[in-house]
Every structure is written in C-alpha cells, then in structure tokens.
Design a protein around this ligand. Structure first.
Ligand code: SF4
Length: 665
C-alpha cells in the first residue's frame, strides 16, 4: 500500500475512497469505510479525466470573440477590480457566487466567506437542484436537514424502502449494503416510475405514475393507522401532529390510491404492512421525490411514514442520498443563500456574530440571497450584473437551459473557474484553470455526513491551481480580512472552529482516521433538533405537477441517470472507458406507445416540450405507457421546465412532451 494516496472519489455522494498511485494514477479501492474494497466504474476510471487533453492549461481572458492568455496575478486583479466596481455602482447584491459540490469543504467555505464578506448572501450551490427540498422538509419535521444515520446501519434494519431513487446506477456501492441487509432477511420495497435495476432485487415493486407520490405515502399511512400498526408510544412521546395526519390520510384508501398511482390496492396494503411489521426500517430517497413542484411535501410525506413507525435512531433512518461527492459539504460549509455554515439560519444573531468575529468583522448580511435557480430572472431584470462560478455548469445543468444561456450572455462579468472549458465557459469573460480532485488535498463530506481527508496524489496540471489557492488570491485582491492562508490545513482548522463538535478536533486526527461525523454518527436518537425536542408530523395533500399532458403534448417526460455518466457529462464524457461502457444515450418509451408511433429499438426519435426539442435513439420498454425517460446527462434540460418548488428546485422529473420518429439524429 505504501506510496498510494488516499483520495475521495470525485463523483457521487456515497464518498468512496480511491487509492491512487502517484506515478501511474492507477486507482484501487480503499478497504476501510465507507467503500470496504468496492468501487463502481466511475471511481475506477476517475483518473482518466485528470490527463484529458481538454484540461484548461492557463488563465484566459475574453478579448472580443477570442480567449487570450493572461497571467494569474493580472487575471485576479482585473476580476477583483471589476467586482468592486460593480458593487460600487449597483450594490453587493448585483454579484452572485455559485459554489461547487465537487470541490472540497475548504474551497466551499472560502467562497461563501468571500460572498458574505463582500456583502451578499448570493451564494448557492447545486444542492438547490437536487436535495434542497429534503433539507427544507427535514428541518421542518425533525429540525436537522441531513441524513440521519450512517450507511452501516442499513445492514441491521429489517426493511428498506427505496423511493424515487435508483442506487444501482447512481450510488452503486451502497447497493452492497442493501444486498447484505437483504441476505439477512430485510424486506426491500422499491417505488419508482419505471422498472429500474434497483427494482430487480425488490420484494415489493411499486411502479408509480409520475407525480403521485404523496397519494401513495398517504395511502400507506392510511393502512398503517387503520390496522393500528403504528408505533403509538413513539408517536405519543416523541412527535406532534398525529391527529392532523390521521384526519388527512383518512380519504387516501388503497382503492383511491390505485386509481391515482396505478399501483394495485392490494400491493399498497401488502407493502405498507410489510414495512410496518418489520420493526425497524430505513427510507432512502433521491430526486424522484425532490425534483417536483411538490418536492418538499413529497419528502414530508415519507418522513411522516417513518415517524409513525418510530423508524428513527436505533430503529431506523432517513437517507436522502446526496448526488455529488461534496454536495453535503458545500451545504454544510454555508454555500447556500438561506443558511450560514451548519444550516444555521441567517437570522440566528448569536451564531452569525460568532462567525463574523472569527472572520474579523462586526456582522454579516442577514437578507436571504438569491437561489441558484432565481439568478437567471435577476439577470433579465437587470438586478444581477456579475457571476463567479466555481466548478458548475448551469448552461447544461439548469432546467430550461436556453433561458439560462441567454442570461449568461447578458452579464457584465462572468468568471468561470473549472478544470475543463465547459458549455458555461463559452460565455465567460475570464476562465481560471483549477486543479483536479487528486492534484490537491482537502476535506469532503459524504452523504452520511462523514468528513474525509483527501490526499494530493500529483501536481496540478499545467498552470492550474487548487481552488482554495485561487480563492485566497481573490479574497486578498478584494481587500477582505483574513485571506492569508498558507496551506489548506489552515482553512480546515478555521472551519473546525465554527462547529462546537469539531472545536476540539485536529486536522491531523482527521487525516489519520476513516472520517469524522458531523455533528455525530446518528441523529435524533433521544430527541429531535426542534425547539421542544419533538418531531413534527406534517399532513400533506396530493399536489399536481406544474405542467400536465394534454392533446398537444400527451406524454410525461422524466429524466434518469446512468451508471457510467455523471451530471452534465463534462467529466465522464471525457473518460474513454466510461464512454465505451455507457454506449449511446437512449430515450425509453413503452412497447404500446412505440407500436402506436411506429417506433422500434434504435430508431431516431425527436422529443419535444414547450421549451425545445432533442433527438436521441429510442429504446422500447422499461417505462409504463404514457411515460418517456431520457438520461439527464445529455442536454435533457433543453426540455425541462423551470417551475420551482418551495425549496427552489425545478421540476426536472415531470414535463409534458410529444414524441415522433425521425430519420436521423
Ligand atoms: Fe465513486 Fe460513487 Fe462509484 Fe463510489 S459509488 S466509486 S463514490 S461514483
């Protein structure tokens, strides 16, 4: 093992560690927690992106239509001057910062520190696009917006309910934990809009009509309450709101739910009974629940289900499985426009002043900043003039991205800091080359809130620099206090000071461990993080999608993920092994719909919504009638709508569309 560097995988939020050979960049799995000797194809081939010929080599500046080289010193000075000029003219809220779920805790911490010291809470990250609805719902119901239990607990539960989530493709290594639980006798229940790979191992397969999740959850609770299968002691002693939930779910009979969800009433009864009688259970969910206009309410409904059964602490857990390797860390570090670090509200004066004093100022801005998904309208309205983006690609990742590209074009200043010239980089005034994941060290937080240290395995490519170094230069050029970091460890030590649970811990301790859980391994074991220590059962009714099928657009379009690709594809599409493994992207259409439209496997089809159209080869089967599924990684957001839920997440999972066969792509 000696000489191998222990590096956090740059892809999903499961948080596997890779052992990287510094000379060859070959990758082997780490045998400790959390991946226990396993890796999925993305992790195994992670180093291929590091040596891609597409890497950004040096800072570039737009001059006319060309991007020309500029020195680091000059680039940072010009960017800082322009930001200060815009602040002088339009105020600090005319500037926004997008942090990255792919860079370290330290780097996210520094970017949100820059934003807040600059005078704005316009700092956000792509958690807004995935699990922010989970954060809002969890905070409302149990007082803390994160996964409650570690992965290791999954193996000990008697039932696992997987809802709107396909770990076999999105977090393949967690499947090992689920399989081990199943081997010990756990019942696995999977709810999804199509027969996913994950569903292959389910004891109960609930293929649900898109957008009807609340009806199903309420019907399951209806069965559990009517048959008195709920945990009365737990409900009485640790929750509030039972009678409202009982009243609300009364009308959601399994027969009614069958008509709405398409799932047979008997299956609903059996699945509800099996989950309740198991005695312990986890609920794992993904974007199938959160990326709806009803995202917050969808999550509240399944939290209600867990609370009714007392599946919290030792007897159960809530697992909102995070998408990107450091999306949990980005949020925890405060790269969110409505929260300070640790999800503390901006209005919490005591904590805010404490952070301010650590940063050497009196106070910080208190007004909520713009959500990532609100930036584009702000540009159109003339309220946002400058955007600084670290490692994100909104020109592809945002819903209805044509609208986003128009907004990017209108900015007075767009800075993109990334490892590749992404689609977003085409609109940049300055492009800053960042070091890749194994070219720098720092800490990351996975979905189970485990902070892990990632070692540097090789030198940064060409003239690229670690993001923390670039941000330190920027903070200094902006004249902000405290930007004198000589090492990334100094930043780690500073963010440790913000959290009482980390105050006594050292960076060395983190480096020599399998990780540190923040705030602790299991949440809510004795009491909830609410003011009175009790959880809230919050009754919710079914909410309709923003755009429903009609004669013109008769299908429901949903977006799905593939095992070999990741997000907007900027990394995985540059990995030859993953491209080969993934093959060509395909749009799934049911046998019946395909027959009606004369579509066969491999035909080109055009999928169109009110916002745009894309072409793709068809794959017949794998989705119910009336549903079309396209992989998210390939321009699917030309089609999706920008209606937002209460947490600011767009409805990526539900749009009205039409499909036709075409001759070529
Ligand atoms: Fe990386 Fe996730 Fe695959 Fe693990 S499961 S190797 S963290 S992409």
């Amino acid at each position: 093992m000696s000489g191998l560097k222990s590096v956090v995988c740059p892809y999903c939020g499961f948080g596997c560690k890779l052992l990287v050979d510094p000379k060859t960049l070959r990758v082997k799995p780490h045998h400790g927690e959390p991946n226990r000797g396993k890796l999925c194809p993305k992790g195994l081939h992670a180093a291929e992106v590091v040596t891609s010929k597409d890497r950004l080599k040096r800072p570039l500046k737009r001059v006319g239509s060309a991007m020309v080289p500029i020195s680091w010193g000059r680039a940072i000075e010009e960017i800082a001057n322009k930001l200060l000029e815009i602040r002088e003219l339009y105020g600090p809220d005319a500037v926004a910062f997008i942090a990255s779920s792919k860079v370290s805790n330290e780097e996210n911490y520094l970017l949100q520190k820059i934003a807040r010291l600059f005078g704005t809470n316009n700092i956000d990250n792509c958690a807004r696009l995935c699990h922010e609805a989970s954060v809002h719902a969890l905070k409302l119901a149990v007082g803390a917006g994160a996964q409650t239990n570690p992965y290791e607990d999954l193996e000990g539960f008697n039932a696992i309910l997987i809802w709107g989530y396909n770990p076999a493709e999105t977090h393949p290594v967690v499947m090992d934990y689920i399989l081990r639980a199943k081997r010990k006798g756990a019942k696995v229940i999977v709810v999804d809009v199509r027969e996913t790979r994950t569903m292959a191992l389910a004891d109960y397969k609930l293929v649900i009509r898109p957008g009807t999740d609340i009806t199903l959850a309420n019907a399951m609770m209806h069965v559990i309450i009517r048959e008195e299968l709920y945990n009365e002691d737990f409900v009485r002693s640790r929750t509030r709101g039972f009678s409202e939930v009982k009243m609300t779910v009364r009308k959601y009979t399994p027969e009614y739910a069958e008509r709405v969800t398409g799932i047979p009433a008997e299956t609903i009864r059996e699945a509800a009974g099996a989950f309740a009688l198991a005695g312990s259970g986890a609920i794992m969910w993904g974007m199938g629940l959160t990326q709806h206009v009803s995202g917050v309410e969808n999550v509240l409904a399944i939290i209600d289900l867990a609370l009714l059964l007392g599946y919290i602490g030792e007897r159960g857990g809530l697992y909102p499985m995070r998408g990107q390797n450091n999306v949990q860390g980005a949020a925890y570090m405060g790269a969110l426009s409505e929260f300070l670090p640790g999800y503390v509200p901006l209005t919490d004066e005591r904590f805010r002043k404490r952070v301010a004093s650590i940063w050497g100022v009196e106070d910080l801005p208190t007004e909520r900043g713009l959500y990532l998904t609100e930036l584009w309208d702000a540009v159109e309205e003339g309220n946002l003039r400058a955007l600084y983006i670290v490692g994100e690609n909104p020109a592809v990742s945002e819903a209805d991205f044509i609208r986003v590209r128009e907004a990017l074009r209108k900015l007075d200043l767009l800075v993109v800091q990334d490892i590749f010239p992404t689609r977003t980089a085409r609109y940049a005034h300055y492009l800053l080359p960042a070091a890749a994941f194994c070219e720098k060290s720092g800490s990351y937080m996975n979905s189970e809130r485990r902070i892990q240290w990632s070692e540097k395995a090789c030198e940064p490519y060409a003239d690229s620099k670690p993001d923390w170094e670039i941000l330190t230069m920027l903070g200094r050029a902006l004249g902000l206090p405290g930007f004198n970091y000589a090492s990334v460890e100094e930043v780690t030590a500073e963010y440790f000071r913000l959290f009482p649970e980390l105050e006594e811990r050292t960076v060395e301790e983190l480096k020599n461990s399998d990780g540190i859980f923040l705030p602790r391994k299991r949440l809510h074991t004795w009491e909830f993080a609410t003011p009175d220590g009790k959880a809230r059962l919050i009754a919710v009714e079914q909410i309709s999608p923003w755009e429903t099928p009609d004669e013109e657009y008769p299908f429901v379009l949903t977006t799905v993920r593939l095992i070999s690709h990741y997000n907007t594809g900027e990394m995985t599409l540059r990995s030859p092994s993953l491209v080969k493994l993934a093959g060509e992207p395909e749009a799934l259409i049911s046998e019946r719909d395909a027959a009606k439209l004369g579509i066969a496997d491999g035909d080109w089809v055009e999928i169109e919504t009110r916002r745009g159209r894309i072409r793709m080869r068809a794959k017949v089967g794998g989705v119910p009638q009336g549903v079309v599924a396209v992989p998210f990684h390939f321009k699917a957001n030309r089609l999706t709508g920008s209606a937002l839920n209460k947490a600011g997440t767009p409805e990526f999972k539900y749009s009205a569309c039409r499909v036709r066969k075409v001759q070529e792509g």
